[in-house]
Design a binder for this molecule. Structure first.
Ligand code: PEP
Ligand code: MG
Length: 758
């Protein structure tokens, strides 16, 4: 950390840079001066600025000390050489002997061979690397931490100055590729389904920093503290508005967690430290954000990375409050604006700034299904497509756009024919929806009188209204881990009990099957650091984790018993591989029931304990398992990936094997037979149950209970009502003896020939 003398020193340097950049002359001559000032101040023989050009090329833009003829000639790819390494990792690099570094790339035109020590720092802006700033010395010297920190601060100021309007077009320095104004189709990840048409609104965050250096740090600190107070007040107002309407729902809780984050002292004190070192409050907020963003970008853990989104939202909100008169209000779009909101990432509160009813869809360069903004968007019924790479480089404000949240596809500037067919698809979707709504109260019974129970998969309170909308029989799979994933710490018994209670309250007496925590694998809990695993899907997850940390399972089961108090309890365990694991988990439930009884707490009226069938080893223990379980749920997503040794998340192999093959259908048929023999109810709750053709096959194999996403219930109901179960069973039996790797087309033909509604 810089001491008082360094603050004064760096303040002077920052001021000189600001004055130089605001001065006369063209951009190039000002940059030439800037490198001289930095070199002199840092007592370096060389100071160079490399800026990022289109195609991930770093171009030498200005240098003091290297040969001037290399300017605009020396170019390195990101990742190439030391400069490329700094850019690739968004990380400073300090070396006393540059040429010993394996990444060193010799560029004879620069004449740099006489310089031994090297210090390079990334030029970051808005969380992106814009270039690299370096100093070099002939002597072999180790740059101190203070020197690195000073150069990082200088580079941050430089980034703002380069982007600032006083230099005219930023393109003078780092021109982006010309945007070809032709239709483009981009793919991403489905974060919330639905279709939307509208015009692109690029979500702009206030990043233009009018003043980088503060003349009077004490006065600047006061200005900052006043802005923090204003921000807290306006967040309280937002919370009141939202919380008053729909208290207790997930998106409200997400916003509450966000409000608490706004109070975080560590974050605020880092910004204050920056102000004390001479930065303006704006610049210090931007620097704190940029530093954290660049650091977090190194982590693969999606949940850690998501934390940064809340911080970004807050940082930009704080920047607005630093400039009085600018607040969220001005974001509000008029109703009927039909905005397709385009941005790299978005905080949950930022989406609300736009007001209700004007944003038709949200498209993000980043984002994940559990990101806080996705949860809020789901509550508002806004389709969201995330992880669309290069999005911001390709969309212009007011571009016409089509968003297909169901298939995670975005079309920019569609041609008239594409737009027409999309509009037709939207109309057709609305008609189909109307047909599902009309059939909502009809029983899911086949033509020959076989009833198939259609259930929902859920994991958020927000999913609960679908129970009534779709008239599903109940919730066949409630994924409790989502509650654990959106929290900053392990939820306690009371908090869990309240959450589960709300689920059963809203289920209107319908059955809810709670699955105990299925964390680990790709579902990491931010507060439970786990060792890096070579194969996380086959690692320390689900029941393995909770049996090894029995307090977690005990707390969860205690919360469930408390939540259902007097009602029925349906609970099942994920990823069981051995009957003994199921027995151990059931014993823990018995312990908790005994505890509740001893304390005179109300017990569940009825208890059913189930096991998920997701690990193939259980297929060879079925009779023993059936003797101990009250019901069985086939998790076909995991079962399929382990059966075929084919990673469900790896697109190169996830589609390689068809679950509608003779082999896997024989396996599933065997499971139904064993369950029927033992009189144990069995359901399927993996994705296959929600696809009409697969659901048809499952009904033909003898499954009488399916659990799926809300959007699949309507299609499944119509399909079942058009089916003759016995006829289909005999047809499927004729296929099971074969070796076909896919029975898809045979089943499709059957459906077509028998007029089934798929
Ligand atoms: C499954 O594996 O099929 C399942 C339902 O569990 P999840 O998708 O939550 O792993
Ligand atoms: Mg699973």
């Amino acid at each position: 950390m810089a001491d008082a003398t360094n603050w004064v020193g760096s303040r002077l340097l920052l001021r000189r840079l600001r004055d130089e950049m605001a001065g006369e002359g063209d951009a190039q001559s000002r940059l030439d001066q800037v490198v001289c000032i930095i070199a002199r101040d840092m007592v370096a023989e060389v100071c160079s600025i490399y800026l990022l050009r289109p195609g991930d090329i770093l171009e030498l833009f200005a240098t003091e000390g290297l040969l001037k003829t290399a300017v605009h000639r020396t170019r390195l790819r990101v990742g190439e050489g030391l400069v490329g390494d700094v850019a690739a990792h968004a990380r400073s690099l300090s070396l006393d002997e540059a040429q010993d570094h394996p990444q060193f790339a010799y560029r004879p035109e620069t004449g740099e061979e006489t310089y031994h020590s090297f210090l390079g720092v990334p030029i970051l802006r808005g969380g992106r690397v814009r270039g690299v700033l370096t100093i070099q010395n002939q002597s072999r010297r180790n740059y101190t931490e203070e020197e690195t920190e000073t150069l990082e601060t200088v580079s941050m100021v430089l980034a703002e100055l380069i982007a600032g309007s006083e230099l005219g077009s930023p393109n003078e320095f780092a021109a982006a590729d010309g945007i070809a104004l032709r239709p483009l189709r981009l793919e991403g990840a489905r974060l919330n389904g639905g279709l939307a048409m509208g015009k692109a609104v690029i979500h702009e965050r206030r990043t233009k920093i009018s003043q980088v250096v503060a003349e009077d740090p004490a006065a600047e600190l006061d200005r900052f503290d006043a802005a923090v107070q204003r921000m807290h007040r306006s967040l309280d107002e937002m919370m009141e508005e939202i919380g008053g309407q729909r208290a207790g729902e997930e998106h409200v809780e997400v916003l509450e967690a966000y409000r608490m984050f706004a109070e975080d002292r560590g974050w605020l004190s880092r910004i204050r430290e920056g102000i004390r070192s001479g930065l303006s409050a704006d610049a210090s907020v931007a620097k704190a954000l940029s530093d954290t963003r660049a650091r977090m970008a190194q982590f693969a853990d999606p949940y850690l990375r998501e934390r940064i989104l809340d911080m970004e939202d807050l940082a930009y909100r704080l920047l607005q409050h630093l400039h009085e008169g600018e607040n969220g209000e001005e974001r509000r779009l008029r109703k009927g604006h039909d905005a397709i909101l385009i941005t790299r990432s978005l905080g949950p509160a930022e989406l609300l700034d736009y007001g209700r009813g004007s944003v038709r869809a949200l498209v993000l360069e980043e984002g994940s299904a559990t990101a806080h903004v996705s949860i809020v968007a789901r509550a508002l019924g806004i389709p969201v497509v995330g992880q669309v790479s290069g999005l911001l480089d390709k969309v212009e404000p007011d571009d016409d756009m089509l968003v297909d949240g169901d298939n995670a596809v975005v079309v920019i500037r569609p041609g008239e024919d594409v737009r027409q067919s999309f509009a037709e698809a939207m109309e057709q979707g609305a008609r189909r929806q109307a047909a599902y709504t009309a059939a909502r109260d009809l029983p899911a019974v086949t033509r020959d009188g076989v009833e198939i129970s259609l259930n929902l998969n859920a994991g958020l309170l927000l999913d609960l209204p679908s129970l009534r909308e779709t008239n599903a029989a109940g919730i066949g799979l409630y994924r409790t881990e989502i509650l654990f994933m959106v929290r900053g710490e392990l939820p306690g018994v009371d908090e869990q009990a309240r959450a589960y209670r709300r689920v059963t309250d809203q289920a209107d007496g319908k059955r809810v099957v709670f699955r105990t925590l299925d964390a680990g694998g790709d579902k990491l809990l931010p507060y439970m650091p786990v060792a890096r695993e070579e194969n996380p899907a086959m690692g320390w997850r689900a029941i393995r984790m909770t049996l090894d940390r029995p307090f977690m399972l005990r707390q969860q089961l205690r919360a469930l018993i408390r939540a259902v108090a007097g009602r029925r309890l349906d609970v099942m365990f994920p990823m069981v591989a051995e009957v003994a694991e199921f027995t151990a988990a059931r014993d823990i439930l018995d312990l908790e029931l005994a505890r509740a009884k001893a304390r005179g707490e109300p017990l569940p009226e009825k208890i059913a304990v189930g096991c998920m069938l997701e690990v193939p080893s259980l297929l060879f223990q079925l009779p023993q398992l059936m003797a101990r379980v009250d019901f069985l749920a086939v998790g076909s997503n995991d079962l399929m990936q382990f059966l075929y040794a084919s990673d469900r998340g790896n697109v190169a192999v996830s589609e390689r094997y068809d679950i509608l093959s003779a082999g896997s259908l024989r396996m599933l048929h065997g499971v139904v037979r064993e369950a029927d023999k033992a009189g144990v109810p069995v359901s399927v709750c993996g994705e296959m149950a929600g696809r009409p053709l697969e659901a048809m096959a499952l009904a033909g194999l003898g499954f009488r209970s399916l659990s799926m996403a809300a959007s699949s219930i309507g299609p499944a109901r119509l399909m079942i009502r058009s089916l003759d179960a016995r006829q289909l069973s005999s047809f499927i039996n004729t296929l099971l003896d074969g070796t076909a790797p896919s029975l898809r087309s045979a089943l499709c033909n059957y459906a077509r020939d028998h007029d089934l509604r798929l």
